[in-house]
Design a protein around this ligand. Sequence first.
Ligand SMILES: [Zn+2]
Ligand SMILES: [Zn+2]
Length: 241
Amino acid sequence: MKIELETIPVWDGLRSGSECFICDLMNTGEEDALNYYLGPAIMVPEIRVEINRKGFCPHHFRALAARNKAQSLSLVLDTYMTQSQQELYPILDRIASSGSARKAAKGFAQLEDFASKREKGCLVCDYMSARLVRYVRTVAALYRDDSQFRTELAKGKGFCMHHTLELAKCASEELSGSLLEDYLRLLAGLLKTNLQRCQDDDVYLSQKYKSENRDKPWNGCEDAHKRCVRKLFGEGRVLSR
Ligand SMILES: [Zn+2]
Ligand SMILES: [Zn+2]
């Protein structure tokens, strides 16, 4: 499948010195998607139909609510909830009028199915997922086509564990043969080296709090605990696919 490569943001990301520039790009992608679904797009009938049908995952519904765009989100919720009613209300009515605990429990099982179906799938996650594919494939394509990129990638801080896996999953779309092998080896090597660096910084940070180290410099390790968490778990993850 041919995709539109994102050469400029990926180059900028690599040179930013971040623990994982895919995390940074995905955080921006998430912001863009949330703004999109609270903006003029919601007045487009086809988009509203999609929102009513698919909606958002719990994490992104909460993120939309946290933006305090009451006028937009109240409109979206009105039609989303109206759509939900068609299936939800008959289930609730059946439970309310059930003649036995067994029948009521069966109704609650249906309610559970309904809730998990409604919570699955998310337009913000879909939007992020499409971006993620473009970013990870651009990294692989630049690795294939640009020796300068290969050199700088190998010297850089690598990626978080989560995005290392995403990069590896999509690698064969752009690379093959020995170049693919080298790339996969590089991803693993970068993860190991940079996890170790973060851990070393974290050890330094933990020791810095001892009274005998009070006057030692921070050596840039003030945020080592946060960088470790990020390296291990990433940010801007696509939650619902
Ligand atoms: Zn990441
Ligand atoms: Zn989502």
